[in-house]
Design a protein around this ligand. Structure first.
Ligand SMILES: NC(=O)C1=CN([C@@H]2O[C@H](COP(=O)(O)OP(=O)(O)OC[C@H]3O[C@@H](n4cnc5c(N)ncnc54)[C@H](O)[C@@H]3O)[C@@H](O)[C@H]2O)C=CC1
Ligand SMILES: CC(=O)C(C)=O
Length: 258
């Protein structure tokens, strides 16, 4: 029987790449995103390629939406095996200008979203009496704290911490919890980060320069493709990773060394 994976924030970017790879690996996939129009487009695109997918609209920062996501997955496909907490947002602000609204917005999605996704997935795995795999989007920013990315970095450090705690508590149910930590991938997220870094540079940086500066530090001398990230998630979603839990694994072409 085919396994079932849920991937949040999978209408575009890294989440879409992960969904495509899991489909190739033989999974039925539940796509999920807050952006209904793009989600519908991606769902139709993948169905047209023969994939067994459904799309569910929702906001990861809402526990009810996450519960509904699992309910929809189970009613459509009968069970779940893998839950990828991929959805996340960025923020670029000099430290002295960080406001409460930014902290709340970013933590609600990146941290609360990951915690709620982990909770609803784990409850379903326990109900099924099956093993399960929870895979979280962390980042190089969950291992290192970069200038003017303070809120984002703190949220990803929190994701790494919750990955450790959840792994320890859920291991007795044969549920593993791991995280993938990408480096610099040219998705819409980095387009936004680049534009914001230019805005905060007082005319010192031109569009494209922040991205170029970050990628210049990559040992393998190229920026990341969604497929690079998906390769790691594919492994973490497979039985091959059964003896790995509580790890936040870097996939960054050689940028941050831990
Ligand atoms: N792009 C990069 O270089 C890196 C990205 N990451 C992480 O990987 C994950 C994916 O990043 P990207 O694909 O680059 O981002 P992206 O911004 O290009 O795409 C994110 C997707 O998530 C959706 N989304 C946003 N808020 C949501 C919410 N509240 N509920 C449901 N869906 C929501 C968006 O509509 C979008 O389709 C994020 O957690 C990000 O922090 C980590 C390291 C590097
Ligand atoms: C987008 C991201 O995760 C960075 C800048 O590390």
């Amino acid at each position: 029987m085919s396994k079932v994976a849920i991937v949040t924030g999978s209408a575009a970017g890294l989440g879409k790449g992960i969904a495509e790879r899991l489909i190739k690996d033989g999974f039925k996939v539940v796509l999920h995103d807050i952006n209904e129009a793009v989600l519908n487009k991606t769902t139709e695109e993948l169905k047209a390629q023969g994939a067994d997918v459904i799309g569910v609209v929702g906001d990861v920062s809402s526990y009810d939406d996450q519960e509904n996501l699992v309910k929809r997955a189970v009613s459509e496909f009968g069970q779940i095996d893998v839950f990828v907490n991929n959805a996340g947002i960025d923020a670029v602000t000099p430290f002295l200008k960080i406001e409460a609204s930014e902290l709340e917005r970013v933590f609600k999605i990146n941290v609360n979203g990951t915690v709620f996704g982990t909770q609803v997935a784990a409850k379903q795995f326990i109900k099924q009496g099956s093993k399960g795999k929870i895979i979280n989007a962390c980042s190089i920013a969950g291992h290192e704290s970069f200038e003017i990315l303070g809120t984002y970095c703190a949220s990803k450090h929190a994701v790494r911490s919750f990955t450790h705690t959840a792994a320890k508590e859920l291991a007795k149910h044969q549920i593993t919890v791991n995280a993938y930590c990408p480096g610099i991938a040219k998705t819409e997220m980095w387009d936004r980060i680049d534009a914001a870094m230019v805005k905060h540079s007082d005319g010192k940086l031109q569009p494209g320069e922040p991205f170029a500066n970050y990628t210049a530090g990559i040992a393998l001398q190229r920026y990341q493709q969604p497929s690079d990230v998906a390769n790691l998630v594919s492994f973490l979603a497979s039985d091959e990773s059964d003896y790995i839990t509580g790890q936040a694994i870097l996939t960054d072409g050689g940028l941050v060394y831990r």
